[in-house]
Write a new protein. Structure first.
Length: 587
């Protein structure tokens, strides 16, 4: 609705702007016609010279006016360039550039946080870390546990250098990560998030995002380590299978295993797991956890865990509360103290599990849930494979038969969409016809003034006064009609845009899920259609229509005047129109 409101204001402003420009033109001509009559009367210059001078000056002024949009384009370019160059010249960009910093000859994987202070730029008053310290030994598995908002995931972000600490240091093998080559640093790190980010391309290309020059052997090895090779080999196109937008073609466990493959294809020295299994069902979590256990061997691993059962085998468990480490130790060491923060977290999670399954004992709940999840997973996988097979066959059949995507829409259907606003159309059309008819009448007034200069002084005075008065009246009228024209057509255009977007959005929502799997119906493409196509339709149906109506008024008024003054000359000129029109078309 804000766009509609601004569109109305823009239409009114455009109409007032154009009307004011024509108003100045008419008032200027009224003044020039009157002043030229005095010059001619006093024999300073004859009528022809005066009129030629007047015409040249006015035309040059109009040419400068026509150049104004080009000048404003330079101003808009300067305004648009400011944030671009500000972004390019930011100091942080140069500091994080892959061309700066040094590379270590060998990475052991020892990570240390020393008195780190940090808060997020979007929340400067919320302190995440205040003199936070943590030691992560090389080749060990360190798990971070704690409540939401305690700062666990922030540790991952600082190791990856997504953010810079306000104070303190993050060290890798004794070197501040701020001094290391950023691209090289991230090549040493594999990251697996809770929600894997897969792109609308093939499985192979998704894995290649971890290492762009990886060979097929390296990709296959990574898929074997992650356990993804099993389901990949069952797919018709194997590594060339399209995963769909955000991996919609795959189950949660399959997506996560591909994300693990992408993380380890570059054989990283450090592995970061940010709640990598928390969004999965019981069976998928079990298989993904087994894959993670395989790939964690021999690497420095930092695990942010939501389910404490997944980190029992961690070498070190660190409990984070309010941005501080309150406890560290192995699972057995921490659980042996019933009053420890870790024991409290375990008890809370067990209580929540019992409340969720009150009729099941802890010993029996896991196998039954695993069995039920396995059944659901088999059903879902079977249905998904069948659905994808049917969908692919439909798409391939459509591709073979060909789809006529360029079928034109009839003008009647286009203009029927602005039917509810017909009253604005009628008012805008009348205003546009008057605005178009003004220029031929203006030309008639100027020619009559030229004739009047060669009459006696009394007649010249009367004619010039009449013409100047008409020009002043036309100046007032032109502001009004241009404002009405552009306001009415502007309202029609904005309402058409709103109507088209609502209809398009409703039509999009009515489609079946398989329709969205077509690459041509990706969310980015649909958003682009909603944004640009409706605006383009408004430009064609409304904006261009107002120009055509205005030109129609100009042509009709011009021919009426021409036929009244000299129908013979008009017919001769009409004979040249086909040549003029063909020249414009060829151009």
């Amino acid at each position: 609705m804000n766009t509609y409101k601004y569109g109305r204001r823009a239409g009114l402003a455009k109409g007032l702007g154009l009307g004011s420009m024509h108003c100045v033109l008419f008032v200027s001509w009224a003044l020039l016609v009157w002043f030229t009559s005095i010059v001619v009367h006093k024999n300073i210059a004859d009528g022809g010279d005066s009129f030629t001078t007047m015409l040249n000056v006015v035309i040059s002024g109009l040419s400068l006016g026509l150049a104004a949009p080009d000048i404003s384009a330079f101003i808009r370019a300067r305004v648009a360039a400011y944030p671009i160059f500000e972004m390019i010249e930011r100091n942080t960009v140069s500091k994080t550039s892959s061309k700066t910093g040094h590379k270590l000859g060998k990475v052991e994987g020892h990570i240390e946080f020393k008195d780190v202070s940090f808060n997020y730029p979007s929340r400067p008053d919320v302190v995440i870390f205040n003199r936070f310290s943590l030691n992560i030994p090389a080749g060990k598995i360190v798990a971070l546990v704690g409540g939401s908002g305690s700062g666990k995931s922030t540790v991952i972000s600082l190791i990856e250098r997504f953010y810079e600490p306000l104070a303190g240091e993050v060290l890798l093998d004794g070197n501040n990560v701020r001094d290391l080559d950023l691209k090289w640093l991230r090549q040493q790190i594999g990251l697996v998030n809770q929600e894997p980010a897969l792109f609308a391309t093939t499985i192979r290309e998704n894995i290649l995002y971890g290492k762009y020059d990886a060979t097929l052997g390296e990709i296959t090895r990574a898929a074997k380590l992650s356990g993804a090779i099993t389901f990949i080999n069952n797919l018709p196109d194997r590594f060339e299978t399209q995963v769909g937008e955000r991996g919609i073609q795959l189950s949660g466990g399959q997506k996560q295993r591909i994300a693990i493959s992408r993380a380890i294809v570059k054989n990283p020295s450090i592995l970061l797991l940010d709640e990598a299994t928390s969004a999965l069902d019981a069976e998928s979590e079990k298989s993904v956890q087994e894959a993670l256990d395989r790939v964690m061997v021999g690497r420095t691993t930092v695990v942010v865990a939501h389910r404490l059962s997944t980190i029992r085998n961690a070498d070190v468990i660190a409990v984070v509360q309010s941005g501080k480490i309150v406890e560290t130790g192995s699972h057995d060491e921490l659980i042996s103290n019933p009053n420890s923060a870790y024991s409290s977290l375990v008890q809370l999670q067990e209580t929540a599990s019992l409340q969720r399954y009150p009729s099941q004992s802890p010993a029996m709940s896991t196998p039954r849930s695993l069995s039920y999840s396995r059944e659901l997973s088999r059903t879902r996988t079977s249905f998904g494979a069948s659905f994808r097979s049917d969908k692919d066959s439909v798409f391939s059949r459509l591709g073979a038969e060909g789809i006529d995507t360029g079928k034109p829409v009839s003008p009647r259907r286009l203009y029927s969409m602005i039917g509810p606003d017909w009253y604005y159309g009628v008012l805008g059309t009348i205003a546009a016809l008057i605005a178009g008819a003004q220029m031929p009448l203006f030309a008639l007034g100027v020619s009559q003034a030229l004739v009047a200069y060669y009459m006696d002084w009394e007649t010249t005075c009367n004619e010039v006064k009449k013409i100047a008065t008409l020009f002043c009246c036309a100046a007032v009228i032109t502001v009004i009609v241009h404002a009405i024209e552009h306001l009415c057509f502007g309202i029609m255009g904005e309402r058409l845009t709103l109507r088209v977007r609502e209809v398009m959005f409703s039509a999009i929502l009515r489609n079946e899920i398989g329709w969205f799997d077509d690459p041509n119906n990706a969310s980015s493409m649909l958003a682009s259609h909603l944004e640009s196509d409706a605006t383009f339709l408004k430009g064609v149906v409304v904006d261009r229509t107002s120009i055509l109506i205005q030109n129609l008024g100009l042509v009709v008024a011009a021919f009426i005047i021409a036929f009244i003054l000299s129908w013979r000359i008009t017919l001769v000129i009409l004979a040249t129109f086909p040549l003029i029109i063909s020249g414009h078309i060829s151009e």
